[in-house]
Ligand binder design. Structure first.
Ligand SMILES: NC(=O)c1ccc[n+]([C@@H]2O[C@H](COP(=O)([O-])OP(=O)(O)OC[C@H]3O[C@@H](n4cnc5c(N)ncnc54)[C@H](OP(=O)(O)O)[C@@H]3O)[C@@H](O)[C@H]2O)c1
Length: 259
């Protein structure tokens, strides 16, 4: 094993998942995945299709979502897609009114859609919209969907699984104020909900995900060259968390950081 592989193995230990356990937890269950058209969410959807979960997939890219639904249909499971810009408040309001009627019983809500922006504050003087957009997607849409689907989750004793970032546990990095502020806002909402929802038998779980090679991360050239999990490994991390009693996932080297 060369030094690079050794480093990768230590910092990103391989993640696997037991197919029988996956079947037990997800087969025939209703699952919502936001951000299903790319990266982690797409791999998550494919894993869930593989064990015949019943899916509602959301993102903007209709073609990618339709392709996933066609794959699901070919494998004999039910899947629906909702092509939506989750930052659009009118579209989101309509969805939040409509979806609980279509999904009275929901076992898992994977809040995974996200957008990162790397720009220093001094380069953002005329870009308040960067902060609005990251907040609307990374924080507000998670809260809106969680609130709207709470009765459906309660009916199934379900779970909300949020894809956060391990970087929100580090001291702040220059350039990430919009992204980190929005992901941290969602962290705080989820940790509060973890406590409040306990009595409602709805579990809220947070994955403090390390670096994952996806279109989002690889847009930063430095990250593209760094060792990282694959999108499929990240999907396995989310699924393992969703099958466990744990409230959070974070890599072993992040224990003691942040919260
Ligand atoms: N990659 C990493 O290193 C890393 C590390 C920690 C945490 N995360 C988190 O992991 C999650 C998934 O990211 P990824 O790395 O898989 O990135 P990705 O490949 O860029 O996927 C992002 C997903 O979010 C959807 N999305 C973006 N803007 C949207 C909007 N306005 N409305 C609806 N959906 C929207 C995208 O779909 P459309 O473009 O089709 O809308 C896509 O499906 C994010 O929450 C991210 O913060 C990633």
């Amino acid at each position: 094993m060369n030094l690079n592989n050794c480093w990768r193995y230590l910092v990103y230990p391989p993640v696997d998942i037991d197919d029988d356990a996956l079947l037990t937890h997800f087969a025939g269950k209703w699952v919502v995945v936001t951000g299903a058209s790319s990266g982690i969410g797409e791999k998550l959807a494919l894993r869930l299709i593989g064990v015949k979960a019943k899916l509602y997939l959301m993102a903007r890219n209709e073609q990618k979502l339709k392709t996933l639904c066609d794959i699901a249909k070919a494998r004999g499971t039910e899947a629906h897609y909702i092509a939506i810009d989750l930052r659009d408040r009118a579209q989101l309001d309509e969805l939040c009114r409509d979806l609980p009627h279509r999904l009275p019983c929901l076992s898992y809500l994977f809040c995974n859609a996200g957008k990162s922006i790397h720009r220093t504050i001094s380069d953002s003087i005329d870009r308040l919209h960067d902060f609005d957009r990251t907040m609307d997607l990374n924080y507000r849409s998670l809260v809106a969907l969680s609130l709207a689907l709470m009765p459906s989750l309660r009916n199934a004793g379900g779970r909300i699984v949020y894809t956060s970032s391990v970087s929100t546990l580090h001291p702040s990095f220059p350039g990430w104020s919009a992204y980190h502020a929005s992901k941290c806002a969602a962290n705080v909402w989820c940790t509060t909900a973890q406590r409040e929802y306990k009595t409602l038998k709805v579990k809220v779980q947070i994955a403090y995900m390390p670096l994952v090679h996806t279109p989002m991360a690889d847009a930063t050239p430095r990250y593209k060259r760094m060792p990282a999990y694959s999108a499929d490994e990240a999907a396995c991390i989310l699924l393992r968390l969703a099958m466990s009693k744990k409230l959070i996932y974070r890599p072993w080297w992040a224990w003691g950081m942040g919260i």
